[in-house]
Design a protein around this ligand. Sequence first.
Ligand code: GDD
Ligand code: MG
Length: 401
Amino acid sequence: MRLELPRHAERFGANIIHDIQKVYELDAGNVIDQQFSDPFHVVQQVSAEQLHEVESQMAIIIPVKNERLRLLEGILYGIPHYCLPIIVSNSSRNEIDRFRLEQNVVENYCRFAKKNYLLVHQKDPVLALAFEKAGYPHMHDEAGLLRNGKAEGMLLGIALARAMGKKYVGFIDADNYFPGGVFEYVRIYSATMAKAGSDYAMTRILWHSKPKIVDDQLFFAKYGRVSRITNNYLNLFASQHTGFETSILKTGNAGEHALSMPLALELDYSAGFSVETYHFINMFEKFGGILPCPCPDVMKSGVHIYQVESRNPHLHEAKGDEHLHEMIEYSLAVIYHSPLCMPALKQEILEELHRQKILELGQEPLRPRIYPSLKTIDWNIFSGHLDFSDISNVQHTFIQN
Ligand code: GDD
Ligand code: MG
């Protein structure tokens, strides 16, 4: 793969946020061209070996809740062979047991492709027990099972990847129509992780475009309604602390993102659809140098955040206005409730939520649940509760009943 070098970056304490990098070639051949090592070259080449090295240590976590089976299957086609797909389902199991149908599709595909995988259901009591016994009771609901939500599924996926000894995690939504797009996202993850400037790294995808039909014509929109709003307030948040206006944050809602395992275990997570916006807020809070930092190692190494624009357009399921409103409220809520959010910005956020007809005047945004970092988990106990006897050949659906 050939990727534009990260040229412009802005620092917020130990966070180094790189501006958008473009993809120049999806496949750069297998001969390293030394000219790309020239310090004045603007594009870097990542060799096939480097990509495969990272991919063999990477789990791709696919959160899924009642998506079309054909789409879920398509995702699997797009994941490079060496990556381990971890499918975390929260699909309904009532009249129609959608999880069984998913299991069928995944098992069939992976048998023919000779591909390892892990498929779990978020409500499996064994998983809830493993978290509880390993000292992480934070995600449990009143029934003692893991809570609903995309972030909750992601945390479960990270814990499973850690238990499988993976060094990187990447996330891909299950409602993507283009397997070729999925392939490109994962390649972007492995290329940036292979070249990352520190053990603490995150890559966030900026979709090239999102095709829609407008007046009977295809229109390739650049930013979605939610991202436009989230990015604006994230940039205002950052600007208020540095004193310099910025527009560097362009991926506030990047559902497609990857993390090195050390960073994934260090971060706190916010519930549901606020999870991606909260990554930035949590990194400003933890590593921004304003509040006391609980992790000196991270401060020394620095945290590199890469934002990469894909070439493929992104086409996923349209989920309606109510869903978009929920995402806007959750995204702005985590900015609003940060101890670093200044009063003037809080006021602007309230006005925005009022303009969007999400909140009445005088109402405050909800306060999403925050899950503390996973690093306190006792991994021996966690794995001991799950039967990963042969982790070199995982073809496994994890379910009790
Ligand atoms: N395991 C699990 N548990 N998965 C879930 C749950 C849950 O409770 N709820 C939703 N999912 C899955 C969906 O099936 C889908 O694969 C993925 O999470 C994202 O959910 P969508 O409903 O498709 O969200 P979206 O398309 O509106 O938003 C996505 O893109 C945004 C950026 O535009 C999400 O990834 C957002 O987090 C992201 O900000
Ligand atoms: Mg979607």
